[in-house]
Design a protein around this ligand. Sequence first.
Ligand code: 6GU
Length: 262
Amino acid sequence: MRIDIITIFPDYFAPLDLSLIGKARASGLLDIRMHDLRSWTHDRHNTVDDTPYGGGPGMVMKPEPWGEALDAVTADAGPNVPRLILPTPSGVPFTQERADRLSAEPWLVFACGRYEGIDSRVAAYAAQQMPVEELSIGDYVLAGGESATLVIVEAVARLLPGVLGNAESAAQDSFAPGAMENLVEGPVYTKPVLWRGQEVPSVLLSGNHGAVERWRRDEALRKTARNRPELMAAIPADHLDRRDQEVIREARLQTGPESMAD
Ligand code: 6GU
């Protein structure tokens, strides 16, 4: 997969040299290229922003450097066009399902906005040349699209064949597509069996795979009920067996049906 990132802070992306993504880049599985938006400015101060029409606080990113940047980055493409990702708090929610779909794309371009955002004509122009997605990583406001881009790139890259050490770990994720039942993962343990007075739950040492799987599901249900009641409510009733229903009823008795996340 090729990924181009256009930003006024290329240094922000130093973490992409590390760990799984760093290795995937070194091995050629991932071709990530950073571009400094200011290299497409032509004034002495490399200006990328200006005051908003209509007034209001803050600054808006000027369209001209973005137009030139997108033209240049997508120029050596031949017939191939990338998918343009615009990280913005006003975008559609970025989810594991979206990460999965993006991981099947050969080429993504990320345009990192700062300030109050990018002049809206840039997205309209880009949409005439390539598919465009505005994505938000959550209901909070960041200072710019850079950290959101890091999040999206990591979530997508780890799904590429050969990037994760263990191909099964992606399939086992919370929110893995096809699960159709989004439970968060329960607790995990490793050696030693006894640590600072706490023992690993004995079922995990039993060698009884059926019992281990049942226990893991119980714990996943409990934690989902506690931390993500809205996910719990979305599980179709016919996905819950007798034991599931018992575990959920006990979890509700512990914390109350409504305020479980607090
Ligand atoms: Cl993608 N960008 C910014 N600036 N803030 C955000 C966001 C993105 N997602 C949530 N908040």
